[in-house]
Write a protein that binds this ligand. Structure first.
Ligand SMILES: C[S@@+](CC[C@H](N)C(=O)[O-])C[C@H]1O[C@@H](n2cnc3c(N)ncnc32)[C@H](O)[C@@H]1O
Length: 282
């Protein structure tokens, strides 16, 4: 963990710890604010597992660009705060959902979405993100804490291959990001975001059309393995998944292809010939 990242984690975690106690002591005040149209949240206020701090609008915009958000996407923001990621996604034509534990922030988000003219494409709910099903999302955004990202990691990895995940400031440990970007304008802290694409699970033995056997081991999006052709056992290198897309090199040849419904198919050496593989029997 870098010094800068350690400091970011420590700040957010410390604020979360400090903020948690008074928030639990004042439930009546919190409940009444939900109907107050003048409610203004304060940066650093308590949250269930992490405080509320808004992502700067410049990073919100960048995160949605990193996600390559399109109108047919369905985004979910886990811990949606004042709704800014959800509302910005809806303004870009997508449908978007915010899951937020604090009812005041949920009510504020609903009012803002209506004022911004995107009520029909947004949905906000008061819920614990760890008890919510968001498996239908095609884009997941979050600004939580490293340990919360790690709790979410198996759930995210089980999502549909190709789902994009973008996190403000915190990564997912050994699941290395596909992209890291930072904004420098209109942002003073928490200005970096990471993006992952949920990889299809391709570990196992595959039989190619020409009788070759491809054995793959997988760790997140990274692949290793061998290609057995005739009497030769060729190491597989430069191998990885990007969502449903596979690429690797074996025997000096470059394979690219697509995973779908338990088969891999694509081309070798940029289209010189086609290849296809199905799971090897047994
Ligand atoms: C750091 S803020 C990020 C807000 C927003 N996503 C953004 O980027 O501007 C984290 C949010 O998560 C919410 N939160 C914390 N624990 C939660 C939980 N278990 N379920 C749902 N929301 C939670 C907090 O109330 C807070 O609004």
């Amino acid at each position: 963990m870098t010094l800068k990242r350690t400091a970011l984690v420590a700040t957010l975690a410390l604020c979360t710890a400090i903020a948690a106690a008074p928030a639990r002591a004042q439930p009546a005040a919190a409940a009444s604010a939900a109907n107050d149209p003048g409610y203004v949240p304060s940066a650093g206020q308590a949250g269930k597992d992490v405080i509320w701090l808004p992502t700067s609008q410049s990073l919100v915009d960048r995160m949605l660009e990193m996600a390559e958000l399109k109108p047919d996407d369905h985004l979910v923001d886990l811990g949606s705060g004042d709704g800014r990621l959800v509302i910005t996604a809806a303004k870009r034509g997508a449908t978007a959902r915010g899951i937020e534990y604090n009812p005041d922030l949920v009510a504020l988000s609903i009012r803002t979405a209506a004022a911004e003219g995107v009520a029909a494409r947004t949905h906000f709910e008061k819920a614990d993100l760890f008890e919510s099903d968001f498996s239908n999302a095609t884009v997941v955004t979050m600004f939580l804490l490293p340990e919360l990202n790690l709790r979410l990691r198996p759930i995210l990895l089980a999502m549909k291959p190709g789902t994009r995940i973008v996190s403000n400031s915190f990564d997912m440990d050994e699941w290395s990001p596909d992209a890291t970007e930072e904004v420098t304008s209109d942002c003073s802290t928490y200005c970096q975001a990471y993006r992952w694409t949920v990889p299809a699970q391709v570990a196992g033995n595959w039989r190619l059309g020409d009788g070759a056997e491809l054995a793959l081991q997988q760790r997140f999006q990274m692949l290793e393995g061998t290609l057995r052709r005739g009497g030769q056992l060729l190491p597989v290198s430069e191998a990885r998944m990007h969502g449903t897309q596979i690429r690797f090199t074996a025997g000096g040849e470059s394979y690219t292809g697509q995973w779908s419904e338990r088969q891999l198919q694509g081309t070798v050496n940029g289209g010189a010939r086609a290849w296809r593989a199905v799971p090897a029997p047994g």
